[in-house]
Write a protein that binds this ligand. Structure first.
Ligand SMILES: Cc1ncc(COP(=O)(O)O)c(C=O)c1O
Length: 402
């Protein structure tokens, strides 16, 4: 791709900025004069040959045969993500879970061992604990995010390490560079679920990881109207994952890829507003008499604030906090919200509030939730891109109802 470089003199070559990459990278321009990437809404393509009797079935680069294997609109979305993550190649899937399961089933065989943080998205936890185990793939879960504890669980016979940072809903930060350094010495592949950060705030591959995964349902698409997922990494690893995506079939459809492309054009500008709004709201909440504790990596009071400053360019749009008054207080707060929507998921332009107690962490016992630090009065906010003052008015009124 010549997408990376401005046409100045050689000495002025540099990677294009994130706003430019969000808008421009990957787009298939000029087809019938179109400024936008067309939607190739087709399941199949004409054979890439004039001579069927001698054709061996190979599909040369830039040609297509069947959309489960490849499609120009899907590839455009993949090329934009690769440019945003600084990866050689990205693949897009029908959901984040399709991305994670295809990654795992591509790289792991029966008898293999993996290590994962315990504090990860519930669907990934279920996949590793209950489904990969059925296939003879064992996962050791580490109940801490600290580098020493994670590295201590690794050994040369571990095939894959799964990290997630920032974590849900406590916004803990994992020292990706230090852990990757240790993993590399032992020959362990590292994959990072970077959904909460988005490529604007964090690039795990640049930090030493082999693969980065996102639920594109969240920030990458950004409009709460699509399910999608992605994995990005080296050509070599992605070739394996691509083969399995074709076999297992979890590819996105062309219209979904178009929605994702359209959403990603505003990714950098959206993330700037998410970052700024979340910082204002976390600061406001921290000083509120009805609030017990605020978790946001941008706050100097966050125990890993310095690490977040080191590895992230922005602190993201997710904030969690404990209200006073226990679970009843939290319920009264939730019922009083007018502008902020009571819904799970995250990363859209509209603000959402949920309680981990009855959404992301229902599978955990109350004791296990408390062990992780998740109280029954915890609220998780996905801060949108509305005016921060209006969001704060809604929070102020609702906290007043506790
Ligand atoms: C951090 C994280 N990873 C992965 C997923 C799974 O993504 P999807 O819902 O697109 O399958 C989610 C979904 O909430 C998530 O929050």
């Amino acid at each position: 791709m010549s997408l990376w470089v401005y046409g100045f003199s050689e000495c002025m070559k540099r990677a294009r900025g994130f706003s430019t990459r969000s808008v421009d990278a990957g787009e298939l321009k000029g087809i019938k004069g179109s400024v936008n990437t067309p939607i190739f809404q087709t399941s199949t393509f004409f054979y890439p040959t004039e001579d069927e009797s001698t054709w061996n079935g190979a599909v040369p680069k830039g040609t297509y045969l069947y959309s489960r294997q490849g499609n120009p609109t899907i590839e455009a979305a993949e090329n934009k993500i690769a440019a945003l993550e600084g990866a050689e190649r990205a693949l897009v899937f029908s959901s984040g879970m399709a991305a994670t399961s295809t990654l795992a089933l591509s790289l792991l065989n029966s008898g293999d061992k993996m290590v994962s943080m315990e504090d990860i998205y519930g669907g990934s936890y279920n996949l590793f604990k209950n489904d990969l185990s059925r296939l003879g793939i064992s996962t050791k879960f580490v109940s801490s995010v600290h580098t020493d504890d994670i590295v201590a669980a690794l050994s040369p016979d571990v095939k894959l390490l799964w990290l997630e940072s920032p974590t849900n809903p406590l916004l803990k930060i994992v020292d990706i560079p230090e852990i990757c350094k240790a993993a590399k010495e032992m020959g362990v592949l590292v994959a990072v679920d970077s959904t909460f950060a988005s490529p604007i705030n964090q690039n795990p591959i640049e930090l030493g990881a082999d693969l980065v995964m996102h639920s594109c349902t969240k920030y990458l698409n950004g409009h709460s109207d699509l399910l999608a997922g992605t994995v990005a990494g080296s050509n070599e690893l992605m070739a394996e994952i691509s083969k399995r995506r074709t076999t297992m079939g979890g590819v996105i459809d062309p219209f979904g890829a178009f929605l994702l492309l359209r959403g990603m054009k505003t990714l950098a500008v959206r993330m700037r507003q998410h970052n700024a709004n979340a910082m204002m709201i976390a600061t406001y909440l921290q000083g509120h008499e009805k609030v017990q504790k605020v978790n946001y990596p941008g706050l100097p009071s966050h125990p890993q604030h310095e690490l977040a400053r080191k590895i992230m360019r922005g602190f993201g749009g997710m904030v969690s906090f404990d209200v006073k008054g226990g679970v009843q207080g939290a319920e009264r707060f939730m019922r009083s919200l007018e502008l902020i929507n009571r819904a799970s998921s995250l990363g859209g332009v509209e603000s959402l509030a949920s309680m981990p107690l009855n959404t992301s962490h229902t599978a955990f016992t109350p004791e296990d939730r408390l062990k992780l630090g998740i109280t029954d009065s915890m609220i998780r906010l996905s801060v949108g891109i509305e005016d921060a003052e209006d969001l704060i008015d809604d929070l102020e009124r609702s906290l007043g109802q506790i």
